[in-house]
Design a protein around this ligand. Structure first.
Ligand SMILES: Cc1cc2nc3c(=O)[nH]c(=O)nc-3n(C[C@H](O)[C@H](O)[C@H](O)COP(=O)(O)O)c2cc1C
Length: 373
């Protein structure tokens, strides 16, 4: 059944009590535009404020590292120390002043980092297995004490997000970073309580969820959501399968998280591991969708695509679409859909409020964005 345009603008209240005004969220996107201390810059505040102002229900921020060894990008902003609270508060304010709810994505890069980003230190991970990519460094296996410390760091980052005024955190358990590394049979070869079969490999992610929920129970004085983002599959062999993920999604729902956010390149795309064209987002929705809302994502740029996706999941998040056109939702609201920019127009740089470093990254990676003069 086709969904009516109005349903994009239907409010929703999460279990935690947080109300969002509609079903479109800004997808988390690293800006690589923060300062050397890990504080957000004015250009980033402008970028977020502009997109919040277009009317999205919530902005999920770029991933913020919870520990110094968790840094995975140059010029990233952090949530790894109390000294960052002021910067985080500026970010939450910029989003709120635009009218959207503000959700801080928190993560640790693990083996996806490198010693250059870590001031000469070796990256860490569940096991000492490098990722499959050119120039990947071999990580150091984390000690049991370091694992406990990282779990605590996620709780601490949540406390900072609460103090800074955010409305929630999204646990970045996707895109091959540390939390996924513990769930993955490729990167996690441990034989202690943090590794083993699929259930045992959930131990670290679920302990992170608990640490965060404890911080929320202790510090939050207003509704505060805890979402979880996961990548349903990995290409590696051994690697995360859809079967593993459906079990994991059920365990996350049991924990009482507020939403599950898929991370896939194409909303209606099939498996990246095997010959199976069933949409991974649809499978997740069918598995846990009656218990927790799923946010679908991936290649949604036109209103028709968003409507088709919202026929399946109660939320969508938009990445490329909101970089190319910060006014995406505003134009939909004004029935100016045909005026939505469907490419990154170089000639419109001054009106898009994209930080220079992000702009340069995007235009220098061939094929990532559709680019027009
Ligand atoms: C510039 C850029 C930065 C991104 N950074 C993050 C990130 O920090 N955390 C994350 O979970 N996903 C990140 N992503 C992935 C997006 O959230 C999204 O899942 C992906 O782009 C697919 O959605 P789209 O087709 O609407 O862009 C990034 C994507 C882009 C384009």
């Amino acid at each position: 059944m086709a969904i009516k345009i109005d349903s994009i603008f239907e409010p929703y209240t999460f279990t935690a009590g947080l109300k969002v005004e509609n079903r479109v969220m800004m997808a988390p996107m690293t800006t690589s535009s923060s300062d050397a201390n890990g504080d957000v810059t004015d250009d980033e505040l402008k970028y977020y404020h502009r997109r919040a102002k277009s009317g999205v229900g919530a902005v999920i921020t770029a991933c913020a590292h919870v520990e110094p060894l968790g840094i995975g990008f140059p010029n990233a902003f952090g949530a790894d120390s109390d000294e960052r609270i002021e910067s985080l508060a500026r970010l939450a304010d910029a989003i709120h002043e635009g009218g959207a709810k503000a959700i801080l994505q928190i993560y640790h890069a693990g083996r996806m980092s490198n010693s250059k980003l870590l001031n000469g230190e070796q990256p860490i991970s569940a096991s000492d297995i490098p990722s499959v990519r050119p120039n990947a460094e071999t990580p150091r296996e984390m000690s049991a004490a370091e694992i406990e410390e990282s779990i605590r760091a996620f709780g601490e980052a949540t406390r900072r997000a609460i103090k800074a005024g955010f409305d929630g955190v999204e646990i970045h358990g996707a895109n091959t970073y540390l939390i996924q590394q513990f769930f993955s049979p490729h990167s996690n070869r441990r034989t202690d309580k943090w590794g083993g079969d699929v259930m045992e490999r959930m131990a670290f992610p679920l302990a992170v969820v608990e640490s965060i929920q404890e911080a929320v129970a202790k510090y939050a004085e207003k509704p505060f959501v805890v979402g979880y983002r996961l990548s349903p599959e990995e290409r590696e062999e051994p690697g995360i399968t859809m079967e593993d993920t459906l079990k994991f999604a059920a365990a996350l729902a049991d924990k009482g998280i507020d939403y599950l956010h898929a991370s896939v390149g194409k909303f209606f795309g099939g498996s990246i591991r095997e010959e199976d064209s069933r949409s991974r987002v649809v499978m997740l929705q069918e598995h846990v969708g009656d218990r927790i809302p799923v946010i679908g994502v991936g290649g949604l740029q036109t209103v028709d695509q968003v409507k088709e996706a919202l026929d399946v999941t109660p939320f969508v998040s938009l990445g490329h679409a909101l970089i190319m056109d910060p006014d995406w939702l505003l134009k939909v609201k004004k029935s100016q859909e045909q005026e939505i920019y469907q490419a990154l127009y170089l000639s419109k740089k001054d009106e898009l409020d994209i930080p220079d470093d992000l702009w340069d990254t995007i235009v220098n990676i061939p094929g990532w964005f559709k680019i027009e003069d």
